[in-house]
Design a protein around this ligand. Structure first.
Ligand SMILES: [Zn+2]
Length: 98
């Protein structure tokens, strides 16, 4: 648990890079009209059935190759950081720009 909170989420890692698939710049969401369309139609069907829209995992809006790259980056940072017991509280050990 402590290890996870010392690092940004996988979504932040993925978002921090350019998307190799749709070329979305870092920090910008993927240009994924098909994904948007699928989610919109899913929510239309739910609305007709009187159900609230599905809660969206932000990772769903990114291309898989971007998530994979973010995941490798995150894994590298975690591997390069000191062991959890040697970390100072409140310090960031990730290599994302901040
Ligand atoms: Zn993309």
């Amino acid at each position: 648990m402590a290890q996870e909170s010392a690092f940004p989420s996988l979504y932040e890692y993925a978002l921090a890079r350019r998307c190799p698939r749709c070329r979305a710049e870092s920090g910008l969401p993927c240009n994924a009209p098909r994904k948007h369309g699928q989610i919109a139609s899913r929510n239309r069907i739910r609305a007709q059935a009187g159900q609230p829209p599905v809660e969206l995992d932000p990772l769903e809006m990114l291309h898989v190759v971007r998530i994979d790259a973010g995941s490798r980056h995150q894994a590298r940072d975690i591997a390069a950081a000191p062991w959890p017991e040697d970390r100072r509280p409140g310090r960031r050990y990730d290599s994302l720009e901040h």
